[in-house]
Write a protein of this length. Sequence first.
Length: 375
Amino acid sequence: MSTRYRFSEIPIRQFNATLAFLGIALAASLAGSSWAAAAESPLQAAGAPATARSDRLPRKVLLGTVICGDQVFKMSLENRLQEMDRLMAEVAAEAKGKYPGKQLDLVVLPEFFLARPGDSMPQETVRLAEVQPRIASCARLYGCYMVVPLLMQEEGMPLRYSNAAVLVDRAGHVSGIYRKVHPVAPQGSDELEGGTTPGPGFPVFDCDFGRLGIQICFDMLYPDGWKSLAKQGAEIVALPSASPETVRPLFYALQHGYYIVSATPRYHAAVYSPLGLIEAQVTEPSVLVHQIDLSYEILHWEAALEEGEALRRLFGDKVGFHYYNQEDNGIFWSNSAKMTIGQMVRSLNLVDSNANVERVRLLQDKARGGPPMMP
């Protein structure tokens, strides 16, 4: 199968494009069916943290991703494994240069990364046992988790194939496998990606840095998985893809309040923040390394905040943030081992954006004598 399944040729867009998508996605969400998360995962239940996110001490996570180039998909399996080694070495070198002394936590590779060239699924697919030792060795060498997509021949009979992403931990052990729930059928065909079997559900994996979900490419067109991952407490979603689309990842990051890290063969790979904005990106074949903090706080514009400068005056380098003037919004985190970002924000008598929206809504209802009338 020489054709990779791409459903979008969308270039990089500004955030306001997500607003155009908002109505469509919400309608699809209402119409979508619920899924049972029956998949290979150590955790199936949500289990909300006992302490609010912003009242937890800093949880820095160093993410790596790549644009690999389309030439990878013409390579033999052995050459793809060598390309994995090369890209991982490049990510590790970038991490060492940008964040000296910080351990790399998670690297995501693009969809279909490990497979064989061929004209049919039996020719293209690999068994996990064939590649697991090489993936494990790579993860151990760099001491990080890896999300490695592969066209996988399942063990046992009847013969089945999956478009899968394998999560390997720092010690090289398989932490779980996500099988693409929504493989695409090209228009004019009823065959799903050459004969792959859709996955059974949407697991969330417990990593030492936080809770991780995975979605693959065409999953972007269906809101059920993204909603399920949020319901289970995912804090980061890895998005290996053949498509560089940005609109839907932006929307899902905003809607569900988690980070998304995409990996693609072309045009665009990024880290999307819970603000629904691109926090870091690459747009040509290369690697990207970016640090996030999962104990963040989101604050909308307030005069007392001074676009973050009021916190900087009080706490100096102990506070970090990205403030977006054009959005009147910012994401804030603590760099202190003893003080949370929640404590810092409360020193200005402020609360996070969602809590403030609810506070103001209650004031509105009280002033009008009840909720607004709806048709």
